[in-house]
Design a protein around this ligand. Structure first.
Ligand code: GAP
Length: 543
């Protein structure tokens, strides 16, 4: 079963070095995260798998790595300066700041015709705050999501040095369309792929790495003849869905959703979202849009754009004419993809029942914790509700909910409640002894491919052989580690928890017959294999 709560994943990520809250020595910076030693391996593997699939394994794609800072005019003519904003309203009663267009759609059952209609409805007290129900809402104002900065050593106080941190990688590919076309002698259809950071001053970031202000995108701009765009769109929807499934995402957790008209970005004729069933519900993983000829036209010299130096069009040798290609854009998030793979791979279980009196003691403490949260004053209402609900569910389900309790014990907000110290004092030992957590990550995505252990760490011949096997596996291109810091059972459990697909154990028999034990994470089967075969066998399974 994939992870049932995001807290469980956040806790595992923090505990095992996948993702840490950013700037934590200064109290953090809301909704920003740092990928730790295992997280960076996992995310790099996701990006590498994507690049391999959309660039190296295709004949119609080229790669690009454009600058984050671009001429401001790019964002003027792409339409982002004028339209990349959300209309926000403030609730005077509870200080919530919901998106006004979302409130309108939810309460009126249809799309608003624009800001004017939204504000007329607010003035007529037809809309209410989705959090507290008050009709005392401020006039909705557009809030631009682009981060601003300035270039040059002197802040002139005007906008002459203004640049934006790019809110999507896409524009770097549009403005390089002519460069790639000419230098690589491409014919339609062909595409450009790019992986890189993007920045948005999101109003409601949250759900761990799902929505942040700094994130990474993996985007494709695929250029086709007008008229061939709809077939290319279908092709990419199928290709991108297959990529997630081939890397192990469960089919029942992935769905294709057609965006409704009111959801479409200003440039899109049609957009299909690939959605994943995250613990918080179905949410967007990737958008696959038909951007028509909007962007290439927007960056071409015309009466509407006197700043562009030329035209971004294509000369079709067969048809003997110039035209502007249409664009299909599969746009994925590297962080969201990584989070989805983590959630999907997660499995926890109770390996043995704790003693009844231990369970009863722990239940009392968790119930006590829930009551303390209820009494706590000055705590954010959402945090309070989340902690109380989690504690009540955990208490009712013990000992089956022990794995979920690990998440609650690691929750920073829960740690502010005094009783949590007592919960940890009892719970950590019981959880450690009675639960097993496994990440069933695809071997190509797993942060570590193989871990090598000597059966005894104080036996120099075993240690030496184990270290030399590890070195050989590293030379064969695998991420291999050596570990001798615990009993073999404990070492297996540690590797299961971070998703290492194979463990190799060197024992005394290895010294005589040059064979070792290879243990499979998913089946827990152990097989004896000749040393010489390990590298080639594991390499073949990674392909
Ligand atoms: N160029 C088109 C574009 O940027 P988008 O739907 O706004 O489209 C594409 O973004 C993908 O980027 C999303 O499907 C998501 O995976 C990722 N993404 C967008 N905003 C994000 C955010 N604030 N945090 C994390 N990922 C985000």
């Amino acid at each position: 079963m994939p992870a049932s709560s995001l807290e469980t994943i956040v806790s595992l990520c923090k505990r095992r070095g996948f993702v840490f809250p950013s700037s934590s020595v200064y109290g953090g910076l809301g909704s920003t995260w740092d990928y730790g030693p295992l997280g960076v391996e996992l995310k790099n593997n996701v990006k590498r798998a994507w690049w391999r699939s959309v660039v190296h394994e295709r004949d119609d794609m080229e790669g690009l790595d454009a600058a984050i800072l671009m001429n401001r005019l790019v964002w003027k003519y792409s339409g982002h300066e004028a339209t990349f904003s959300d209309p926000m309203t403030d609730c005077r009663a509870c200080k919530a700041r919901p998106r006004a267009d979302h409130v309108f759609v939810a309460q009126k059952g249809r799309d608003p015709k624009g800001l004017v209609e939204i504000n007329a409805a607010i003035a007529a007290k037809e809309l209410s705050c989705p959090k507290c129900g008050s009709k005392d809402l401020t006039e909705a104002r557009p809030f631009n999501l682009m981060f601003r900065t300035s270039v040059g050593p002197v802040d002139t106080g005007d906008e002459s040095g203004l640049v934006y941190l790019r809110p999507e990688t896409a524009q770097g590919m549009f403005v390089n369309f002519g460069n790639v076309l000419d230098t690589m002698r491409r014919k339609l259809p062909f595409g450009i792929a790019q992986v890189g950071k993007a920045f948005r001053n999101e109003i409601t970031p949250g759900n761990f790495t799902f929505r942040t202000r700094e994130f990474e995108q993996m985007e494709i701009e695929y250029f086709v003849r007008p008229g061939e765009d709809e077939a290319a769109h279908e092709m990419w929807i199928a290709e991108r869905k297959k990529w997630y499934l081939d890397l192990g995402l469960r089919a029942e957790n992935l769905r294709v959703r057609e965006q409704e008209k009111h959801e479409l970005a200003h440039y899109a004729k049609r957009c299909v979202d690939l959605e994943y069933l995250f613990p918080m519900g179905w949410s967007e993983l990737e958008g696959i849009a038909n951007r028509t000829d909007f962007d290439l036209k927007a960056h071409s010299r015309s009466p509407g754009n006197p700043d562009a130096v030329g035209e971004l069009h294509y000369f079709d040798q067969e048809q003997k004419k110039h035209y502007v290609p249409y664009v299909i854009e599969p746009s994925a998030g590297a962080d969201r993809g990584t989070l989805a793979f983590l959630c999907d791979a997660y499995e926890d279980s109770l390996v043995k029942e704790p003693a009844a009196e231990d369970t009863a003691k722990l239940r009392d403490l968790v119930e006590n914790f829930a009551r303390s949260v209820g009494r706590r004053e000055g705590m954010d209402v959402d945090v309070k509700q989340r902690l109380q609900a989690a504690a009540e569910t955990i208490a009712a389900g013990l000992p089956g909910t022990l794995p979920r309790l690990i998440g609650l014990m690691d929750d920073a907000e829960a740690g502010k409640i005094e009783v949590m110290k007592k919960v940890r004092g009892v719970g950590e030992k019981i959880a450690e002894e009675h639960t097993r957590t496994v990440l069933h990550l695809h071997p190509r995505l797993a942060p570590l491919t193989v871990a090598v252990f000597p059966l005894k760490r104080n036996e120099p011949r075993l240690v030496e052989l184990a270290r030399s096997i590890k070195r050989d596996l590293q030379r064969a291109g695998m991420r291999a580690v050596y570990d001798d810091t615990g009993a073999i059972g404990k070492l297996y459990r540690r590797q299961d928890e971070i998703g290492t697909p194979w463990c190799v154990t060197v024992d005394f028999q290895s010294l005589d017959d040059q064979t070792v034990t290879v243990r499979d994470r998913d089946t827990m089967q152990q097989e004896r294999a000749p040393l010489a075969e390990i590298g080639p066998t594991l390499s073949a399974r990674l392909r």
